[in-house]
Design a protein around this ligand. Structure first.
Ligand code: HEM
Length: 394
């Protein structure tokens, strides 16, 4: 069995491979691509919280990143404490449940604006026309990106994550899109400095950040650019996939859909189950900072290890009958947003958007069918899910 997170067949259905790994190789080694992998729930959860041993300094993707790449534009996802914590603390206040509650009405209005034309036509492509648009509109509005630029930014973000089959190399189109996007953030920060707006970036110009010596300093241009990048990147792709997974899963499981139709109060629990079942963020990669031992094998300091959130989320040791989609399932310790210091800062926003989007969807489409033959998947490194989901009222 070879675990190849870059193979298109693997993207179609990684779960048989995950089951095999949990059973036969709970510590797995891929010599060719030079990484280790953990797949059992308890192991993935333990490693996620141990940032001293499992460092994010070379990034959370399998494609190892040189930390020097982030010297100029540091991003919390690519930093260990204490540098990580300073940046994170600064933006954390933008994602408190209270701030999120203030956003609910505007998210609902956006969702309605996007869903109404689909309802009129009786269906369409759920991803293209709804789930790819809503999260990016929300995060771009939050950051203060002008409306006219948002479509282009979304396209760059999609391209920057696109991968060729069977190789961890970044394709030139992905690199070019990353460069375009970085240039855009640079220009936007400069522009907003001259003409501030209501967005988070403008609010952060005056924010003070603690220095190691105990004083305070303001965010540098590079830090602001890094924040735009990581928030826009984190805020888009995963939520898009979660919503699309929900719509596919509800179509496959009419009994589960009926539960949320008759009682929309169950939508938040259903969102947690979609997150577990479908794992839009499939893994978090780390660099091992000291020799560790798993299942009698030594993993040497400096090696890369992949924490397979997608495999852990289907571990029968944690979840009875794990492949069953069950909106009433108990999920005491969710892994879908990660754990520990890098726990998804956008989780309250993602949960809010998903709840509101699905509330609006069920009102308009109490009966619908998905054309599964017409669905397409994305081919990204750690983001898993649909690029197209054609659906129609039944
Ligand atoms: C369903 C939607 C989402 C999923 C499944 C998801 C998943 C994750 C996961 C697994 C991590 C941890 C990565 C690691 O440990 O290396 C993470 C971190 C992060 N996420 Fe999300 N995310 C989602 C939505 C969002 C949204 C809406 C935003 C932005 C507003 C966001 C921004 C971030 C950021 C900035 C981090 C890094 C936090 C840190 O390093 O301290 N995410 N996310």
């Amino acid at each position: 069995m070879e675990l190849n997170p870059f193979s298109y067949e693997f993207h179609a259905d990684p779960y048989p491979a995950y089951r095999w790994l949990r059973e036969h190789a709970p510590l797995y080694r891929n010599e060719k691509m030079s990484f280790w992998a953990l797949s059992r729930f308890a192991d993935v959860a333990a490693a996620l919280v141990d940032w001293k041993t499992y460092s994010s300094a070379e990034g959370p993707l399998l494609e190892r990143m040189d930390p020097r790449m982030f010297e100029v534009t540091p991003m919390m996802l690519f930093l260990d404490p204490p540098r990580h914590d300073r940046l994170r603390r600064l933006v954390a206040s933008a994602f408190t449940p209270r701030r999120m509650a203030d956003l609910e009405a505007s998210i609902r209005a956006m969702a309605a604006r996007l869903l109404d034309p689909l309802a009129e036509r009786g269906g369409g492509d759920f991803v293209h026309e709804f789930s790819a648009v809503l999260p990016s509109e929300v995060i771009f509005a939050l950051l203060g990106v002008p409306e006219a630029d948002r479509r282009q930014c979304r396209e760059w973000m999609d391209q920057s994550l696109d991968r060729d089959p069977d190789t961890p190399e970044l394709p030139p189109r992905a690199l070019a899109a990353m460069m375009d996007l970085s240039r855009y953030w640079y220009e936007l920060v400069g522009e907003l400095r001259k003409h501030r707006n209501e967005g988070l970036v403008s609010a952060l110009f005056d924010a003070e950040i603690q220095t190691d010596g105990g004083g305070t300093t303001k965010l540098s241009e590079g830090e602001l650019i890094g924040l735009c990048s990581v928030l826009a990147g984190g805020g888009n792709e995963t939520t898009t996939r979660l919503l699309a997974d929900a719509v596919v899963l509800f179509a496959r499981h009419p009994d589960e859909y009926r539960k949320v139709l008759t009682d929309p109060g169950r939508i938040p629990a259903a969102v947690e189950e979609v997150l577990r079942w479908a794992s839009p963020a499939q893994y978090a990669a780390r660099t091992v900072m000291r020799d560790v031992e798993w299942y009698g094998t030594r993993v040497p300091k400096g090696d890369r290890i992949v924490l397979l959130i997608g495999a852990a989320n289907r571990d029968e040791r944690e979840y009875p009958d794990p492949d069953r989609f069950d909106v009433d399932r108990e999920i005491p310790n969710p892994l879908g947003f990660g754990q520990g210091v890098h726990f998804c800062i956008g989780a309250p926003l993602a949960r809010l958007e998903s709840r509101v989007a699905l509330e609006e969807f069920v009102r308009r489409f109490p009966r619908y069918a998905v054309d599964e033959a017409g669905c397409r998947r994305v081919h990204m490194s750690n983001v898993h899910g649909y690029a197209a989901v054609p659906f129609a009222r039944a």
